[in-house]
Write a protein that binds this ligand. Sequence first.
Ligand code: HEM
Ligand SMILES: *[C@@H]1O[C@H](CO)[C@@H](O)[C@H](O)[C@H]1NC(C)=O
Ligand SMILES: *[C@@H]1O[C@H](CO)[C@@H](O)[C@H](O)[C@H]1NC(C)=O
Length: 503
Amino acid sequence: MVNDGTSSALVADILVLVKNNVVLFLVLLVLSRCIYHRYFHPLSKYPGPLACSCTRLWKAWSVYNGHTELDFIDLHRKYGSIVRVAPNELSFASPKAAHDILAPGNGFTKTEFYKAFPPKHAPDIFTETREWKHAAMKRVAVVPYSLASVQKMSPWIEDVQNEFIAKIGEYADSGRVCDLGDLLHYFAFDVIGEFAFSQRYGFVAQERDIGGTIKLIDNVQWYDGIVGQVPELRHVLRESPVFQYLLTLLSPPQVTQMALGEIAKRKKNKTDGFFLEPERRDLLGQLMEGSARDPGKFSEMDVFSVAHGAIGAGADSTASTMQSFFHFILSNPEIHRKLSEEIRGAHLSPNVTWAEAQDLPYFQACLLEAMRLRPAVGLSIPRYVPKGGAMIDGTNYPGGIVASINGWAVHRDALFGDNVDQFRPERWLSGDVRDMKKHMYQFGGGGHLCIGRNLAQFEMNKIIPQLLENFDFELVYPGRPVKSHSTFFVVQSGLEVFVRRRK
Ligand code: HEM
Ligand SMILES: *[C@@H]1O[C@H](CO)[C@@H](O)[C@H](O)[C@H]1NC(C)=O
Ligand SMILES: *[C@@H]1O[C@H](CO)[C@@H](O)[C@H](O)[C@H]1NC(C)=O
């Protein structure tokens, strides 16, 4: 080419210009990207803050601050039911939209957000983004997580329950202030230990966060929640050698080691099957059975990741829900009185059964109302719209964008009646509530509906009535809200109570 010389001279000139004005060029670059995103991008017609339309850093900042759920409620109150929360992401607050986004078989898929969460080399049911692989794992895991299977584990769950009741009794007898929130967290952890591994971790007995496990899980999920907002960062921040080195400085949580140890032990003892006792059909044993049946579809690695996933997903979530429940009840004397009356008039068995709890309509309404107002997941649940685009709540959206829902915002829709910010269990007890029930997303929905919900519901339905049957509780600091910080889950503290025995 004749003008080769001139064009390379031009390139050189430009490079020199850039080099001498690096800052200026970076500013121009960011600004022009921002202008493009704000005014020319396919999503530019949707309302939202300027910062959100330019960068995902707004979301990362929100997660860093720990109150994403409140930020999203505010956004939707200000901008309406569809808000552009990142250049390529719309948040939907209408229950119908949430239903469409999560509907099974609709072609929507989990986003890179989930890849920020461990374990990196062995995705579990929560973190696996390939739908086919997710479905294969879930097919094996739904059996041990079924209500029937959970119910068969009741003797061991009840054991934890009774240890917990005895522990609360000690507080009643001594008159000491009881941190019910922390104890409920320990309880949820010990239940997971029994259900998944036939192990008693001893959080309740020792009344402490053994090995700092809960703290570690919360910190990792907080960090990953932030990284998950800008998933490319995970290559730098999570998977980089520096981060991996930092991780080794923290010793792996004791519970991970216990899980690995338990698998090794059971493998050695093959002749006895996969269980410690034949009747004690825990999660790990059933997963090992599933793997033995078809190792090609469900490998030994899958056994570990799925069983281990229960630790990260099962304790914070259930604890947060029970803490919210108690805080609401103890903050509303009239509701507290009605609930206690129902429970104490029901002549429950000493180990309250699942069936008995289902026959307590006011209790069920209180539990639903707690999960409506303070669902345990505080971050938004994001999905890619399938390639060819898709309908959400009657409108077509382009493929490849992210559609997300935040339970805290969706659960405040007018569908749920008047005064949606108010804790009012009565809203579940009159009129036709089927549509309201159908649009509760505290457990997510569709093909990714929480697999642990039967376990969570089972333990909450047994322990909460049993506590209210046996004790009177009173807040030490009435009127003070619970302290909360959202990682993926809404992690709460500050539920100190006085306890008195009833019998
Ligand atoms: C009240 C307690 C619980 C709440 C509120 C809750 C909430 C949720 C939510 C909202 C999701 C959907 C997340 C998403 O799509 O990104 C989910 C999924 C999941 N939960 Fe739970 N959860 C609870 C208890 C549990 C327990 C006890 C376990 C296990 C022992 C568990 C294991 C899982 C798993 C493995 C998934 C992924 C499911 C999938 O993608 O197919 N959860 N949970
Ligand atoms: C309650 O459950 C525990 C554990 O299964 C059991 O040891 C205890 O006998 C039960 N109590 C009653 C009164 O049935
Ligand atoms: C193997 O099973 C036997 C019989 O149930 C039991 O006594 C033994 O402790 C088990 N060994 C291990 C390593 O769990």
